[in-house]
Design a binder for this molecule. Structure first.
Ligand code: SF4
Length: 454
């Protein structure tokens, strides 16, 4: 094995024409988007997606390290791939993403049959590293500084009508449970002009919906000197992207409750294209836990922000993330979370049991009894399931615009579509992907709505 740093070629003749690739992605939308860029680079090099692992010449595993089970799944997957590699020694196995960035030596140690281990900051180098592995054997290259804003790389999008657009990489916060700042590095904002140009190109390509991606989009721009000043300019960016012809839906993830200001809601309300949707991670309803997590807000301020958002954006769909069993969480702390959830009435909540990530301050803190945590988790999920169903039922009888995503995986006689609030709607019939329909909501369940074409 060697650790190398090669020069970056700017122009390359396709070298793997006719070969097949498989990309497996774990983790968040940032990783999904990075995988699209890896696939874009593979296709620029002449490769095509393989329909099956058995037909692949290159397998790229994009790893996640946010939660413990992501690590377990990674090493389980790599274990299975060993047998595949033994049977197909010419196949190149590439491991990238957050776990590789953070645990490069561990990945090598636990899976020495992997050909390339690379980090999150050097996606642009994947082809060179594969060439190096072909010529010289296994290679590890993980860099700590951002090499190229990934949005400047070619992309193979999963859907023709929707696209993710990276506006910022990294995070300057210090949430005590989170490994992201040490894996993705400090916040780096992309120039607004680059973002607008990319969205204009996407619109020209037929994309009608974009999701702006960043770890803390509400501080977007504060590292750039725009007009000689350094300040968050996310609201300005929303307005500019909102003016691009052809883009009918704009989403973003994630804003941080501590940094979210009224100017963002005003910009959302002003632009017809910005969807009435907000994912605002609460994490806990207890001020004591929020302080221990270093979140930088109180529950009351969180609820106040949400209420302000709803004033600006009637019909807002709101979702959140909650951690159960953070170290030191008492029954009283947990009750406060339930109370805030009752008041907030989120349409959806992503609920997680705390899992310590080595290298974070929270990993050094004493754990709450797992049986207690399980019980709290069940109570939280029950509460949210009830609220989600109630919120969805409130929509029965309304007429909404939906954007089709194709046939339902479970029932091909039904099309799956999404509202502006990002709620899933099933509509009987077959419609082209990426079509806007007007539907009446005729029924609702916890996780989806049923619609009838108007
Ligand atoms: S805001 Fe907190 S949770 Fe989000 S990426 Fe930054 S450190 Fe992690």
């Amino acid at each position: 094995m060697t650790d190398v740093r090669l020069g970056i070629p700017t122009v390359r003749t396709p070298a793997r024409t006719g070969k097949g690739y498989v990309v497996r992605t774990f983790g968040c939308q940032m990783n999904e988007h990075d995988s699209e860029r890896v696939a874009g680079l593979f296709e620029a090099d002449g490769m095509a997606p393989a329909s099956d692992l058995a037909d692949a010449d290159v397998v790229f595993i994009n790893t996640c390290t946010i939660r413990e089970n992501a690590d377990n799944r990674l090493y389980g997957n790599l274990g299975q791939l060993k047998r595949f590699k033994d049977e197909h020694p010419d196949v190149l196995l590439v491991v990238g993403g957050c776990a590789a960035q953070k645990d490069r030596d561990l990945v090598r140690e636990r899976a020495p049959w992997v050909d390339v281990v690379m980090g999150t900051h050097n996606i642009d180098r994947v082809l060179d590293l594969m060439d190096h592995a072909d010529a010289h054997g296994g290679v590890t290259e993980v860099v700590d500084e951002l090499e190229a804003m990934p949005s400047s790389l070619p992309v193979r999008r999963e859907a023709a009508h929707k696209a993710w657009v990276t506006i910022q990489i990294g995070c300057n916060n210090t949430c005590t449970f989170c490994i992201v700042p040490s894996v993705r590095g400090p916040e780096v904002s992309r120039r607004p002009g680059d973002i607008v140009s990319e969205v204009e190109r996407l619109a020209a390509d037929g994309v009608v919906e974009v999701t702006l991606l960043g770890q803390n989009v509400t501080t977007y721009g504060r590292d750039l000197a725009i007009d000689g000043r350094r300040r968050p300019i996310f609201a300005d960016l929303l307005r500019r992207v909102g003016e691009i012809e052809g883009i009918r839906r704009i989403r973003f993830t994630s804003p941080h409750p501590a940094d979210l200001r009224e100017d963002v809601f005003a910009a959302m309300a002003e632009s017809d294209a910005v969807c009435e949707q907000l994912h605002l991670p609460l994490q806990s309803g207890s001020d004591r836990m929020l302080a221990a997590m270093h979140r930088g807000y109180h529950a009351e301020r969180f609820l106040d922000r949400l209420a302000t958002a709803r004033r600006y954006l009637p019909g807002l769909t709101a979702s959140t993330d909650v951690i159960v069993g953070f170290p030191g969480e008492t029954e009283e702390d947990f009750d406060m979370t339930l109370e805030v959830m009752e008041v907030a009435r989120f349409d959806q909540a992503f609920t997680f049991i705390f899992s310590p990530r080595p290298g974070t301050p929270a990993a050094e803190m004493p754990l709450v009894d797992p049986n207690v945590v399980q019980d709290r988790y069940r109570r939280l999920v029950d509460l949210q399931n009830r609220i989600s169903e109630e919120r969805n039922r409130e929509m029965v009888g309304t007429v909404v615009e939906v954007l089709t995503d194709g046939p339902s995986k479970k029932d091909p006689t039904v099309a799956t579509a999404r509202t502006r609030g990002n709620k899933v709607v099933h509509v009987p019939g077959s419609y082209p992907i990426g079509e806007f329909l007007e539907v009446e909501v005729i029924d609702a369940a916890r996780h989806h709505l049923m619609g009838r074409l108007r």
